[in-house]
Write a protein that binds this ligand. Structure first.
Ligand SMILES: [Zn+2]
Ligand SMILES: [Zn+2]
Length: 342
C-alpha cells in the first residue's frame, strides 16, 4: 500500500508499505480521507515532539471504512463507514482508569506514535472506531475527531444561557466552535480572524460579529457591544500573541479556554492582578477523551456544515506540501483532506 511517512523534521516520504494485519481486538481500516491538522504541521516543523515516534505515518483525522476485523471484535463489520478516536492510553495509569486517556503520559496515539491516516490502510483498536451514517460523507467523517475535541472543550466551559463568547481564529477549530456555540444558548458570539476569506466563513457559519484583530480596534469594538467584556474567550489560533491581545477583554468571573495548540516555546503575557480582580479562570482542553460518539451523532444531525470546512482534497503525493504549507494555505483553504486513493 502507499503511505506518506514522516521520517524526520521537515521530511515526509511517499513509500510502499506492507498492509498491516489486525491483531486481537483490532480492525483493519481502509482510509477514505484524512484531514491535515495544525498539529501535523507542528510535528513536521519539530515544534511538537512529545509522543511522536518517527518513522511514522501521521494523520489523526481519519474517515475510513472497515476492511476486515481481527479476532474478538464484536459489533463491527466490514464495509461500515467510520470515524476514529486516535487516542490510545496505557490503560493502567490514574488518568486512564478515570476514563481520561487524553491525559495519559504514555499514550500511543494514532498518527503520532502508531501509523495514522495518511496511507491507504491502518489498523486501530475496535473500541476506538465509531460507525457513522454514509450520508455525512468524507468531510463529516474527517471532522468527527476535531468536533469531538470541541465538545470536550465545551463541556469544560460550563456554558450558561446569557453567556457571551469571543472565539480567536476562524480555521477548522474556530469554525467548529462557532457552530457548536451557535447551537447553544450563547447571547453574543464574536470571532476574530486576520484572513478575509476566513472572516467571510465565520460570518456565514454563526458568529454575530466578525473582526480583524490586526485592523480593527479590537478592544474598543468588543466593548461597544459588551462593556463589561466577554464571559468566555476561546483560543482557536494556537498563537500566544492572539491570547495576550485578547485576555484583557475577559469579563469579571470570565474564563479563558486554551484550545489551539501553541508551539511549546511560546509564552503568554498576563496580568495576575487583572485576573485576581476578575476572579478569572484559565482552563484547557486536550484531545477527545470519550466524546467521539456524541460528535458522530451531532454530525449526522446535519447541524454542522462540514462541507463548508473541508475545502480541498489532495492526493497522497501532495501530502508533504500540504503539511509544510499549512500556514500559507490559510489564505485560500480551511481544511485540506488527503485522499490516499486519488
Ligand atoms: Zn487534529
Ligand atoms: Zn495511561
Amino acid at each position: 500500500m502507499q503511505g506518506g511517512v514522516f521520517t524526520q523534521v521537515g521530511r515526509i516520504e511517499s513509500r510502499d508499505l506492507p498492509i498491516p494485519q489486525p491483531q486481537r481486538g483490532e480492525v483493519l481500516l481502509k482510509v477514505a480521507g484524512c484531514g491535515v491538522c495544525g498539529t501535523d504541521h507542528h510535528i513536521f516543523d519539530g515544534e511538537l515532539t512529545r509522543g511522536v515516534a518517527p518513522p511514522v505515518v501521521l494523520g489523526h483525522e481519519i474517515a475510513t471504512r472497515i476492511e476486515a476485523v481481527g479476532p474478538d471484535v464484536d459489533g463491527l463489520t466490514p464495509g461500515q463507514f467510520c470515524a476514529v478516536d486516535p487516542v490510545i492510553g496505557c490503560g493502567v495509569c490514574p488518568a486512564c482508569r478515570s476514563a481520561q486517556p487524553n491525559l495519559c503520559n504514555n499514550t500511543t496515539t494514532i498518527g503520532y506514535k502508531l501509523n495514522g491516516g495518511f496511507a491507504q490502510f491502518l489498523t486501530a483498536p475496535a473500541r476506538n472506531v465509531v460507525p457513522l451514517d454514509e450520508s455525512v460523507g468524507i468531510a463529516g467523517a474527517v471532522l468527527c475527531e476535531t468536533l469531538a475535541c470541541v465538545l470536550n472543550g465545551y463541556d469544560r466551559l460550563e456554558f450558561a444561557a446569557s453567556s457571551s463568547a469571543l472565539i480567536l481564529g476562524a480555521g477548522t477549530v474556530g469554525l467548529l466552535w462557532a457552530q457548536v456555540l451557535a447551537n447553544s444558548p450563547c447571547r453574543k458570539l464574536i470571532q476574530t480572524e486576520p484572513v478575509d476569506y476566513r472572516r467571510d466563513k465565520a460570518a456565514q457559519l454563526g458568529a454575530d460579529l466578525v473582526l480583524d484583530p490586526d485592523a480593527d480596534a479590537l478592544s474598543a469594538r468588543v466593548r461597544r457591544d459588551l462593556p463589561d467584556g466577554v464571559d468566555f474567550i476561546i483560543d482557536a489560533t494556537g498563537s500566544a500573541d492572539a491570547i495576550t491581545q485578547a485576555l484583557p477583554l475577559l469579563a469579571p468571573a470570565g474564563t479563558l479556554m486554551i484550545f489551539g495548540v501553541c508551539p511549546a516555546h511560546e509564552r503568554v503575557q498576563l496580568s495576575p492582578y487583572d485576573l485576581y480582580e476578575k476572579e478569572a479562570k484559565i482552563i484547557a482542553s486536550k484531545m477527545p477523551p470519550n466524546t467521539l460518539e456524541r460528535s458522530a451523532r451531532l454530525i449526522e444531525s446535519g447541524r454542522i456544515a462540514c462541507d463548508q470546512i473541508v475545502t480541498a482534497t489532495r492526493p497522497l503525493g501532495a501530502l508533504a506540501d500540504a503539511v509544510a504549507g499549512f500556514v500559507d494555505n490559510r489564505q485560500s483553504q480551511i481544511k485540506v483532506a488527503i485522499d490516499p486513493w486519488a
